[in-house]
Write a protein that binds this ligand. Structure first.
Ligand code: SF4
Length: 284
């Protein structure tokens, strides 16, 4: 199945998000999902356009709010595979409260974050993932705020699936997204996806030089939260691969009383035409 909806992305040439889009399309095809069983929800930012570029259900929500919408969709229709997308500004600044609670809630959705360490859509401001000393028009003498250690935060919040990918490695990224979709619970996939237009520090060359694959670390065990935490701190967050997975913890929907009954979206609410018009009148 081809998930290309023939809408041409308007990202800058060379933007890392192209690779993420291609990886998601490949991953859902490899897993065998049909377009009518996939919902892609995005927030605001360059990454927010994602939901409009997939041949699937799409919902372009508001800034930092892709996760509440995605969770609502999954609760209403468990038959859908739900993927939420956003950027580091979207998910780790205004949306960080939703991110932490979605992680600990462990509902079965996949969250893909395109982490470029800057706000791209609004033309280059310091983000919660920008490094100390990073200069932009909002921090002209260099950022004085410590960046969010997103993986350490996710591990501390009780994450059951945490991975990091890189836009230059499509094969690994595709495999990580496949694993995230197949994981029964909340999957966080943070992706180093360079903004070639506004971030002249964290470039492809910089990431290629800095990133280390966990497969190359002797004794690394993605089943151990302690090892994941120890290594993510030791390497300043710059690791790629499957960092941690806990397959034993029950997901939110496994524990939710009544969730195994017919999905809300398939339930006949027995509304008369008159009731329906009364309930929806305020939206016209
Ligand atoms: Fe990509 Fe940056 Fe251009 Fe946005 S501004 S499309 S993040 S390169």
């Amino acid at each position: 199945q081809d998930f290309d909806n023939n809408v041409k992305p308007n990202w800058c040439p060379g933007c890392g998000d192209y690779a993420v889009l291609n990886s998601l399309r490949r991953a859902v095809a490899n897993v065998g999902i049909e377009p009518h069983n996939l919902a892609v929800v995005s927030g605001i930012g360059c990454s927010g356009r994602f939901s409009g570029y997939m041949y699937a259900y799409g919902f372009h929500s508001i800034h930092g709010r892709s996760l509440p919408v995605a969770q609502g969709i999954k609760l209403a229709n468990r038959d859908l595979t739900v993927v939420a997308c956003g950027g580091d500004g979207d998910g780790y600044a205004i949306g960080i409260g939703h991110t932490i609670h979605a992680i600990r809630r462990n509902l079965d959705i996949t969250y893909i974050v395109m982490d470029n360490h800057i706000y791209g859509l609004t033309k280059g401001q310091t983000s919660p993932r920008s490094d100390l000393g990073f200069k932009t028009k909002t921090s002209p003498t260099g950022s004085i705020e410590t960046p969010v250690s997103v993986i350490a935060m996710a591990l501390a919040a009780g994450a059951t699936f945490v991975a990091q990918g890189y836009s230059r490695d499509l094969d690994e990224l595709t495999a990580l997204i496949e694993q995230g979709i197949q994981h029964n619970g909340f999957s966080l996939i943070n992706i180093f996806s360079p903004c070639v237009t506004f971030n002249k520090v964290n470039t492809y060359e910089w990431f290629s030089d800095q990133l280390i694959g966990v497969k190359s670390i002797e004794g690394y065990d993605s089943g151990s939260r302690a090892i994941a935490m120890e290594n993510i701190i030791a390497h300043d967050g710059l690791l790629t691969g499957l960092l941690y997975q806990d397959k034993s913890k029950a997901s939110y929907q496994d524990l939710l009383h009544g969730y195994d009954k017919k999905p809300l979206s398939h339930t006949d609410l027995k509304l008369s035409q008159e009731d329906f018009e009364r309930l929806t009148a305020e939206f016209y």
